[in-house]
Design a protein around this ligand. Structure first.
Ligand SMILES: Nc1ncnc2c1ncn2[C@@H]1O[C@H](COP(=O)(O)OP(=O)(O)O)[C@@H](O)[C@H]1O
Ligand SMILES: [Mg+2]
Length: 222
């Protein structure tokens, strides 16, 4: 089966002051791929993820996601594109403490102007796929770390993004919960066709990904 290229990054360069963090990153991501990104602390993994996720701008190079040239979008269009096409999962879930699981998951859809029946049904479907339906009306403080992170994953998926970026999503979990979360990424790929780019320090996840990318000296080491 021919794979569709979802993201193309060419010669991405990024410096902070005198520090050259990224020195020419080239990366293609295909639909339904799970890519792991590894590298030493400070290698530039988060910087790369933020640039690929359009949260930060590269100094040079080009980035295209879902056939959209990111540099051609003004601020407003970029924010709309990000909300609809890109999902994020971070090491710390950043769930809103005063809202329930269900409300937290629905939030990005509300921000995108969607709170119709279908969207609400999709929230329930996601909670079910992630085996967290019984925690629907709980607030984040009433959830375990693993449950909080699964809610954060559901939240990342609610707008049916083309691609999800995760930055050390299991970095704050014990090994059992980490493994459960990693299994869910593959389940979501299999059941929803979801594409993931995941920065991780977890050797097992890095190895079972479809492709492992190592950032070293500002480039992708072969
Ligand atoms: N906003 C920033 N301002 C200045 N330096 C930064 C900023 N973000 C990251 N850096 C620097 O860029 C380098 C790469 O950081 P980062 O991408 O967070 O690495 P990693 O995620 O691989 O640990 C580090 O030297 C870090 O200190
Ligand atoms: Mg980082």
């Amino acid at each position: 089966m021919a794979m569709k290229s979802l993201l193309q990054a060419q010669n991405l360069v990024k410096s902070y002051g005198e520090v050259k963090v990224l020195k020419g990153i080239n990366l293609d991501v295909e639909e339904k791929e799970i890519i792991s990104i590894v590298g030493a602390s400070g290698a530039g993994k988060s910087t790369l993820l933020h640039i690929l996720g359009t949260l930060e701008k590269a100094d040079a190079g080009s980035l295209s996601i879902n056939s959209r040239q990111i540099s051609s979008l003004d601020k407003k269009k970029l924010a709309l594109f990000r909300n609809s096409a890109i999902g994020f999962v971070f090491q710390f879930h950043n769930l809103l403490p005063e809202f329930t699981s269900y409300e937290n998951v629905l939030m990005p859809a509300l921000i995108g102007g969607k709170d119709d029946k279908e969207t609400k049904a999709y929230v329930d479907e996601l909670l079910s796929i992630l085996s967290i339906s019984e925690r629907k009306n709980h607030k984040p403080s009433q959830l375990s770390g693993g449950e909080q992170q699964r809610i954060a994953v559901a939240r990342a998926l609610v707008n049916k993004p083309k691609i999800v970026f995760a930055d050390e999503p299991s970095g704050n979990l014990d090994s059992k919960n980490a493994e459960e979360l990693h299994n869910l990424f593959f389940k979501l790929r299999d059941e929803l066709g979801q594409t993931f780019v995941i920065v991780t320090h977890n050797d097992h996840l890095a190895e079972i990904a479809d492709r492992k990318i190592t950032i070293q000296d500002g480039v992708i080491a072969s």
